[in-house]
Design a protein around this ligand. Sequence first.
Ligand code: NAD
Ligand code: ZN
Length: 357
Amino acid sequence: MSISIPKTQKAALVVSSDSPILFKNDHPVKQPEELAPGECLVKMHCTGVCHTDLHARLGDWPLPHKLPLVGGHEGVGEVVAIGANTIDCPVKIGDRVGVKWLADSCLQCEQCRKGLEQCCAKAKLSGYTVDGTFSQYVVSYVAHVTPIPENLDSQEAASFLCAGVTVYRALKYSQTKPGDWVVLPGAGGGLGHLAIQYAVHAFGLRVVAIDTGAEKKELCLSLGAEKWIDFRETKDLVKDIKNATGGEGPHAALVSAASGTAYEQAVDYLRPGGSLLAVGLPGQAQISASVFWTVVKSINIIGSYVGNRQDAHEALNIASMGKIHCHYVSKPLSALSEVYEGMQQGTVAGRVVLKMD
Ligand code: NAD
Ligand code: ZN
């Protein structure tokens, strides 16, 4: 099969943290004959915009990234070329695949062997250390692209590649059991609104959603949260959370807010034996918790970073069963700057998915 590949494409680039996003129509496309073994070229259908892309755009993380940078790591598209001499290739031309945050890892080191491939020292990160999905064609890696279940529409599937897999994995390792309570600070955002649905439909948990504003409240309650707390209105967060969970506090808290304040008090409101799942990534914040109460309440503090290939398969397969949906607004790539503004102001409920074709 021969597919014609243009020499140039539309792309959105971060040039520096203080200059506007640069929208180009003539960004070069890596040609099939230039692909290294193991690389593939994916023609993007669409891509979600994650708050991580905003961190990369602002340069507010203590982790260096490339510049100029094509951001984006929630992409769905079609494989249009595969590097010559790629062996044991798990995908073929025409396959619909997802490009996730972890673009590639060595698959040989201890972390990769243990399934913690996102912690591989040689990891390549889409839209961070390698160019990502805010362009019409993306170079990715055959070992790590994720097959998209047939019955999931590309726009619906996109945000499962980061937001979905991340919250799914965090809940998987939360040490909760069906019927337990989970508190979700950040519940109205991209990660949080999927966390509500995985918590309810995949893990049988009861959800207290925490976020702000009428739109996010309505979204969270409509997705299955039983209780809502507005973090801007509460006078006593610990008391409100304990009241919402029958007095004892939740069994787990999955924090997916991008602010350090959302982590404060988690050790205070968790019930004994509870787990704090650290997911949101404010660049400079510290988790400060009382050592005494962390020990005496036997609290687990767990950092959870995206997911491995298997987590991605599982998260998408569960989504394809039809009970978990991404609540998104579709926009063109040219809307990226305004999407970032909305995210900074906290006005994006759920996700924005950019249509690329
Ligand atoms: P988002 O902007 O869509 O959602 C964040 C939500 O948090 C917003 O709705 C906001 O109103 C809410 N919020 C802010 N302060 C709060 C507070 N004090 N209490 C409760 N809610 C509060 O962002 P997102 O795309 O869901 O990403 C969230 C964070 O997760 C970012 O820092 C991102 O970098 C990080 N992230 C981490 C991983 C990982 O692997 N651990 C993966 C993806 C994203
Ligand atoms: Zn992300």
